[in-house]
Design a protein around this ligand. Sequence first.
Ligand code: TXA
Ligand code: MG
Length: 320
Amino acid sequence: MEIINNPTHDEIKKAAKALKDGHLVAFPTETVYGLGADATNEKAVSRIYSVKGRPSDHPLIVHISSINLLEKWAIDIQEYAIQLARDFWPGPMTLILKRSAVAKDYITGGQSNVGLRVPSQPIALALLAEFEKNGGIGVAAPSANLFGAVSPTSAGDVGEELGAYLNTTDLILDGGRCSVGVESTIIDCTKPHPDLLRPGAITVEMIEKTTGLKIFSSFTKSEIRVSGLLESHYSPKAKVIIGKDAEPGDGFIAMANQATPAGVIRLAIPENIEEFARDFYSALREGDRRGLKKITVVNPDGEGLAAAIRDRLSKAASGK
Ligand code: TXA
Ligand code: MG
């Protein structure tokens, strides 16, 4: 596996070719790093599952360079879904749509729906555009972490966690730290009303404003199989506790206005919610690097990104 720092256009072309040839390419997006494979190459996609240790019935998001490829992958698209795509792509939003015949069972986990996203990170967009110039139509990419673990927000995180499982012909593109830091908002657009399956930087308020529709928020009880809905997920090795009462020796993550309790190890001190989201996963990883047994996190208040963080936090805290 080769790590390419701040890839040049030629290096991005080389990575696109590697994808086309069936290799894996980890790449930065604005949310978290993804582990990419040609979404029409079953063998390449199956390697994503083996590298991550992910159950094979969990669906993958297909990344495309623009809205123009939407109808390649999806059929019977609701008007409001098109509106969302127009307003928020490229960006941190995934739409769940009725799949076309190109979205095979090995992408959708056997479900009749497919997840699609146009990321905004420039390296990701350039990679997808080059891949499509080579005849590709989409890159399947889950977060580039081991199944159940914390999503990676830097190329170093990816190398540390997956390096041992990648081949010499696989690549990691290093585009620095992710600007958003939590995974994309997932919206089920297969029904007359949008349904929020995973909260993220594209908020309920933004979705309702764009569509003029009331959104359901079944992300705590959806029947659609979303691996993020499994009990223990986004978990570091340390036990995650939600609350203010950190004990000496604990890691501690809270907004800057929250004082550091005596004897704890402050892992992040974000000034605002955007910074909280950006630093959250790397702070959890830092806790593990330091071998901490417990990390106490004070839930951030508010809607939007704060709701996304609380969602990930409740999953990181459950089941362990
Ligand atoms: O921000 C993101 O979405 C990142 C970057 C790399 O794009 N990707 C990501 O992928 O978070 P992953 O696989 O770690 O999480 C995607 C979630 C999974 O929980 C999966 O079950 C769900 O999306 N998903 C994908 N396709 C789906 C589908 N057809 N129906 C329902 N859920 C789906
Ligand atoms: Mg993931």
